[in-house]
Design a protein around this ligand. Structure first.
Ligand SMILES: [Zn+2]
Ligand SMILES: [Zn+2]
Ligand SMILES: [Zn+2]
Length: 164
């Protein structure tokens, strides 16, 4: 008979006040949030509104075991204990491994990008081809009868200081 030592993995700690994971009601700094309808300001005891999850915005109560956020939180705690790493490391690991669920959880994140086809009327008249009008502005002819004709003799083999 094999004796397998299985570490005790607790369930995710959910706050009874703000319904978030990872802390208890006594150390809560959030606002009172209904565990049934995810609205703030009242408790879930006599709430009859539509079920909505605080953590994943799904159509279930915040204490539902079908909650994706709860399952992920459970996975984070399991990874944390099994791998003996910190909560932050386990959380990062689980989030990177968990594929994006294809349910209503991500439906709000996907928005259809409208193609810019409505305002594509081609108005060619606005496009004016402007030619450069430099035909009239001609430069005057260079003056050839310069009185300083001796300047050509200055650089004749004398100034080679710039040659390396
Ligand atoms: Zn709380
Ligand atoms: Zn409520
Ligand atoms: Zn949920």
């Amino acid at each position: 008979m094999r004796l397998s030592v299985r570490p005790y993995i607790p369930n995710p700690l959910r706050c009874f006040k703000c319904q978030r994971f990872g802390h208890s009601k006594t150390s809560c700094r959030g606002t009172l949030t209904c565990a049934r309808c995810a609205e703030v300001g009242h408790e879930s005891n006599d709430c009859t509104r539509t079920e909505k999850c605080v953590n994943c915005k799904g159509e279930h109560t915040s204490f539902s075991r079908n909650c994706f956020a709860w399952k992920q939180e459970k996975e984070i705690i399991t990874t944390k204990i099994k791998k003996r790493i910190s909560y932050q490391e386990a959380r990062k690991l689980v989030k990177s491994q968990t594929p994006t669920p294809g349910n209503s959880y991500v439906s709000v994140a996907k928005r259809s990008i409208s193609a810019p086809s409505a305002d594509s009327n081609k108005d060619i008249s606005t496009v004016s081809i402007s030619k450069p009008s430099d035909a009239t502005t001609r430069a005057p002819p260079p003056i050839t009868n310069s009185p300083q004709g001796h300047i050509f003799f200055r650089c004749d083999g004398i100034h080679d200081a710039e040659v390396p």
